[in-house]
Design a binder for this molecule. Structure first.
Ligand SMILES: [Zn+2]
Length: 371
């Protein structure tokens, strides 16, 4: 059976001792990477005909590390090993394939990370067990079951994460035929509307955030510093920071909601019609609600893309110029204009009356069926 690789990034909850170990391991990985890069540059310069021999370089470092860099032995041997074998090696490969520039030295504090091979850690329900370090608590359980391949531990701001790579079996596509087809309209009023008329609302919490955001934005425009050229007051900066924090929380919540939605769609439908992202509309749009809906749409698109790979669903993206809102799903007539405030579609030709978003979803379903 065919297999595919999936990675799940989970927040770690290390104690102080474990966090110190992680920092140290990141340092050792960075050191090994930089040492190997400096050594190979010394030997070969930036000759682009040179094939980076990761094994030879690692042997060299292993031979001297005990005597010259004994602190390297304080952390898992995977940290230096995989930094050279995987990270630097692929950096060289990308360079030779002209996909990227010559590898650069790593700097402290930028993408701090180290990797573990699958014999160096074990995952059970809520913990990851690392030899010599013990159990480190996971903020959530591993989403996939299958053969664990490797893991990378990294730091973002002051938080630690583990990305666990799992090889899972690609299931037989559960979806065949067109009986389970749906169109999805991502809107402002509801998070999504399906062609059977189901409207999936964003959560109460999400709407509360949106209202608070609206208030904060109004507050910001009243603060001293809002006008061009005006010096930004302390209160202006305070409100601005509040908005940034709220955005981050909203994004987290949205991600949660879109995951639920896209899982439901790919599990239940074999054919999914969605609209193309109107990039031009997005760029000139200053409407906040529309902005949030567009951002959710692009995230949903991405998730439906990779989840449908597993479920076997076929995703049909309507042409950018397909008028999903202006077209009558009953007779196919296309309206010249339809303002955003018109929440109900009323066809002048056949008299069809339908909720605006439901009508758009029906059109997207029909589009997918025709494709
Ligand atoms: Zn009509």
């Amino acid at each position: 059976m065919e297999t595919i690789l999936r990675a799940h990034k989970i927040r770690l909850c290390p104690n102080n001792k474990q966090a110190t170990y992680f920092s140290k391991a990141c340092g050792v990985a960075r050191f090994a990477y930089n040492w190997a890069l400096a050594r190979s540059k010394e030997l070969y310069g930036q000759d682009n005909s040179y094939k980076f021999n990761e094994a030879a370089i690692r042997r060299e470092l292993n031979a001297i590390k005990g005597a010259q860099f004994p602190w390297m032995l304080e952390v898992t041997k995977c940290a230096p090993q995989l930094a050279i074998k995987d990270d630097l090696n692929s950096a060289y490969k990308n360079f030779l394939a002209k996909r990227s520039e010559f590898p650069k030295f790593r700097k402290k504090g930028i993408h701090d990370s180290f990797s573990l091979s699958n014999d160096q850690f074990k995952v059970n329900d809520n913990h990851v067990h690392i030899p010599k370090l013990g159990e480190v608590r996971l903020a959530e359980q591993l989403r996939f079951s299958g053969k664990i391949i490797a893991a990378t531990i990294s730091r973002t701001a002051d938080k630690w994460f583990i990305a666990i790579q799992v090889e899972i079996q690609k299931p037989e596509p559960t979806h065949t035929g067109k009986s389970q087809a749906t169109g999805v309209d991502f809107g402002i009023k509801a998070l999504a509307t399906l062609s059977d008329g189901t409207a999936i609302q964003s959560s109460k919490a999400s709407r509360k955030y949106e209202n608070r955001l609206k208030r904060l934005n109004q507050e910001l425009s009243r603060r001293k510093g809002a006008k061009k050229g005006e010096r930004q007051s302390a209160n202006f900066k305070k409100t601005k920071l509040g908005i940034a924090r709220l955005y981050a929380r909203m994004a987290n919540l949205r991600a949660d909601e879109t995951h639920k939605l896209t899982t439901m769609l790919t599990q239940n439908y074999g054919l999914i019609g969605i609209e193309d992202l109107n990039v031009r509309g997005m760029l000139k749009n200053h409407n906040l609600a529309r902005y949030i809906a567009d951002a959710a749409l692009s995230e949903c698109r991405r998730q439906i893309g990779y989840k449908s790979e597993v479920s076997g669903s076929r995703v049909v993206v309507a042409d950018r110029w397909f008028a999903s809102s202006k077209t009558c799903s009953n007779c196919g007539a296309v309206k010249e204009t339809l303002s955003l405030s018109e929440r109900t579609y009323h066809c002048d030709i056949c008299g069809f009356i339908c909720d605006r978003d439901h009508n758009a979803a029906l059109n997207l379903k029909n589009y997918a069926l025709r494709a």
